[in-house]
Ligand binder design. Structure first.
Ligand code: HSE
Length: 441
C-alpha cells in the first residue's frame, strides 16, 4: 500500500508531565537533526494537558484539556500518549486507533494489562501502536528484541527495569541511607510513579517484564501470570550479608523459556559482584538478553527521567514518520509474528521454578540449631553452599545460608518446617540468587 508523501508529520500530544514535557522539548531542541533524519519536519499540532502550561504550549496550533479532542483531530497523524494510568488513557488510545491514527505510548501499565486488545484494534485499523518508551526508559530494548535480535531464539532475559528501585537499593548499599529517605529523593527527581508503591512493590517492573517477555517469546501479554515481589522487605543487614558472600542485591525481572514452561518473575535477587549487572547503579537500567545465536548481550542506560524517556518516545515517532515518508501505511508495530507465536508453553507458577536461595533465619544461639535446620533442608533435597552466623541481639543470631539449586515448592515446605522450630524466633527472609549459569542458557 502507498499514499501521498507528507510535507510534515503531525503529532498530537496527550499529557504534559515529566515524559510529555520532555517529548515536547526534545522535538523542539533537535528539530533540525530530526528533520534531516526523517526527510520532513515533525510538528506538534495539538496538545491536551490537565493543568494549563502556557509557556510550554506557546506556538502550538491547538491546545486544551481534552485528550479525546486530540484523538478526534483530523490534522493529527500520530497521537502520543504520555498521561499514564488507564483512565482516560485506554479510551483515548482506542479512539485514536479507531480513527486510523498511529499511537505512541509510554504507558507500560496500559500495554501490559490491555495491550492484547489494543494491538488487535491497531491491526483492525491498519495502524501502529508503538511502545518503546514503556520499557527501560531510554534504552532501546524493544527495538533490540524485535529488530537487532530478530534472528535469535531468545532463551532468557534478565534486567534491572525499575530506575526508582535501583536508585533506592544503590543508595542504601553505597551510603547506608534509609529506604524512605531515598524514595523521597527519587520522587523529587521525577523517577517514581505517581503511586510509588508501583516501583517498590515491583508492579512497574512486572509491567515491563510482561512486555519484554511477550516480545521475546512471542506469547500474549500475561501480566496476571507474572510473579511480583517488591524490595521493601530488604534490610541493610541483608545488603551487608550479601556483600560478605560476594553478592549485590538487585531488583530483577527475569523471563526464561524452559522445558517446563515460561518463567516470568520480578523479585529482589542476589547477583554476583563480578557481573556487569551488579554494577549498574542509581536510576540506571540494564537488560541482559541471551539469544541462541548471538549469546549474551547487555543493554544499559538511564531507565527513567524526562529526557531519557522522551528519547524513546521520539524514536518511535521518527519510525512512523519515516514510514509515512516512504509512502507506506503498513503498520510496523507490533511487528507481525510477535505476540502470536505457536508456542503452547504456559507461564509457570512460581512454585515450579528452580533457583538458588539466600536465607536469613533469626534463631536462638543454641547448640544444635544449625543441625536441625540443615536436616530439614536435606529432607527436601536442598544442599547448602555457604553459611554465616551473625549476632543479631543478645538473645538471637542471624543464620545466613546460601543454597544450591532447589525447586521452589520444596524450599517453601522446608521453610515452613524451619519456621515451626522453637529455636526460630522471627520471620525468615528468602531472596533468590541468579547465577546466569550456562545450564540455564
Ligand atoms: N517509575 C519508573 C522507574 C519510571 O522508576 O523506572 C520509568 O518507567
Amino acid at each position: 500500500m502507498s499514499k501521498e508523501i507528507p510535507e510534515k508529520f503531525r503529532v498530537g500530544l496527550c499529557g504534559l508531565g515529566t515524559v510529555g514535557g520532555g517529548t515536547l522539548n526534545l522535538l523542539a531542541d533537535n528539530s533540525h537533526e530530526i528533520q534531516r533524519r526523517v526527510g520532513c519536519p515533525i510538528e506538534i499540532v495539538h496538545v491536551a494537558t490537565r493543568s494549563p502550561k502556557p509557556d510550554l504550549v506557546e506556538g502550538i496550533a491547538r491546545s486544551g484539556s481534552d485528550p479525546f479532542a486530540v484523538a478526534n483531530d483530523p490534522e493529527v497523524d500520530v497521537l502520543v500518549e504520555t498521561m499514564g494510568g488507564f483512565d482516560p488513557a485506554f479510551e483515548v488510545v482506542r479512539q485514536a486507533l479507531a480513527n486510523g491514527k498511529h499511537v505512541v505510548t509510554a504507558n507500560k501499565a496500559l500495554i501490559a494489562e490491555h495491550g492484547n486488545e489494543l494491538f488487535a484494534r491497531a491491526k483492525e485499523n491498519n495502524v501502529s501502536l508503538a511502545f518503546e518508551s514503556s520499557v527501560a526508559g531510554g534504552i532501546p530494548i524493544i527495538k533490540a528484541l524485535r529488530e537487532g535480535l530478530a534472528a535469535n531464539r531468545i532463551d532468557w532475559l534478565a534486567g534491572i527495569i525499575n530506575g526508582t528501585g535501583n536508585f533506592i537499593l544503590s543508595e542504601m548499599s553505597a551510603k547506608g541511607r534509609q529506604f524512605e529517605d531515598v524514595l523521597a529523593e527519587a520522587q523529587a527527581l521525577g523517577y517514581a510513579e505517581a503511586d510509588p508503591t508501583f516501583d517498590v512493590e515491583g508492579i512497574d517492573a512486572a509491567h515491563k517484564l510482561t512486555i519484554m517477555g511477550a516480545i521475546a517469546f512471542g506469547i500474549p501479554l500475561q501480566f496476571e501470570r507474572t510473579y511480583t515481589e517488591g524490595i521493601s522487605f530488604i534490610t541493610p543487614d541483608d545488603i551487608d550479608y550479601a556483600d560478605e558472600l560476594g553478592y549485590v542485591i538487585k531488583h530483577l525481572g527475569i523471563a526464561r523459556m524452559t522445558d517446563k514452561g515460561v518463567e516470568m518473575r520480578v523479585h529482589p535477587t542476589l547477583v554476583s559482584r563480578s557481573r556487569l549487572l551488579a554494577n549498574v547503579n542509581g536510576v540506571g537500567n540494564a537488560v541482559l538478553v541471551h539469544g541462541d545465536a548471538v549469546g549474551s548481550t547487555l543493554y544499559n542506560g538511564p531507565g527513567a527521567g524526562a529526557m531519557a524517556t522522551a528519547s524513546a518516545v521520539v524514536a518511535d515517532v521518527i519510525d512512523l514518520a519515516r514510514q509515512a515518508m516512504a509512502g507506506s501505511t503498513a503498520p510496523v508495530y507490533p511487528p507481525l509474528g510477535y505476540l502470536s507465536s505457536d508456542t503452547d508453553k504456559a507461564v509457570l507458577d512460581i512454585e515450579e521454578i528452580e533457583a538458588e536461595y539466600y536465607l536469613r533465619i533469626p534463631a536462638v544461639d543454641k547448640v544444635g540449631v544449625m543441625a536441625r535446620i540443615s536436616n530439614i533442608l536435606q529432607e527436601h533435597d536442598i544442599s547448602i553452599e555457604a553459611v554465616i552466623q551473625k549476632e543479631a541481639s543478645s538473645e538471637s543470631v542471624s543464620i545466613v545460608i546460601l543454597t544450591h539449586n532447589a525447586i521452589e515448592k520444596e524450599l517453601n515446605q522446608a521453610l515452613s518446617a524451619i519456621a515451626a522450630l522453637n529455636d526460630v524466633v522471627g520471620e525468615i527472609t528468602r531472596i533468590r540468587v541468579e547465577p546466569f549459569h550456562a545450564n540455564k542458557d
